[in-house]
Design a protein around this ligand. Structure first.
Ligand SMILES: [Zn+2]
Length: 191
């Protein structure tokens, strides 16, 4: 039977965590000697369906696990207020936590490049996203230097696990292609 501590460890670095009611739900799991409390079939917790359920409705059936969202935007907007023109051409800003340092470096380099221009002529970042397992960063204007900065960031992301930042055993694969290390492919990958 999985211990409560192990459940916490199990959730670490994943896209979900234990819910607010986890301790109460764990009492039912204990009463059932480690079995999922809400299945007709006797299956051990974590049950085979929890990943699908978290993806589909945001939590597993017994509400032990809930999806957590990583939203890097508030932090970046505070750090680089001049790089984003919300309401202008801005589209979106989203990627996994493992790529944060790569995007951060690209932003600081673009900000430095921007100093060459008058404030009203400065570049804005309009979109940062993951597509087909790769990092995509778009600005509203480009200089040779910006293209270089973006190219370096996209290449670095291709060699870095989008989830945990590891550079070990990184590959792009899966049904929805994702760039993850072997451990994260195993933990987050869909069969
Ligand atoms: Zn990883």
């Amino acid at each position: 039977m999985i211990s409560f501590e192990d459940l916490k460890i199990y959730c670490k670095n994943k896209h979900f965590s234990l819910s607010e009611n986890a301790e109460t739900i764990y009492e039912s799991i204990k009463r059932r000697r480690g079995m999922c409390p809400c299945r007709v079939d006797e299956v051990m917790c974590p049950c085979p369906d929890h990943l699908d359920e978290i993806d589909d409705v945001g939590h597993c059936k017994c509400n032990l696990f809930v999806r957590t969202y990583y939203d890097p935007f508030p932090k970046f907007r505070r750090k680089y207020p001049d790089l984003f023109d919300i309401g202008g051409y801005f589209i979106s800003f989203g990627f996994g936590p493992g790529w944060e340092h790569i995007v951060d470096l690209a932003c600081s380099r673009i900000q430095r490049e921007n100093e060459k221009f008058k404030p009203e002529d400065r570049m804005k970042i309009v979109q940062v996203k993951e597509k087909f397992g790769g990092l995509r960063l778009y600005t509203n204007m480009y200089t040779d230097e910006t293209e270089k900065i973006i190219d370096i960031a996209e290449r670095a992301a291709a060699e870095t696990c989008e989830n945990c930042g590891s550079k070990e055993d990184v590959s792009a694969k899966g049904g929805w292609i994702k760039t993850y290390c072997a451990k994260c492919h195993e933990a987050l990958g869909r069969k």
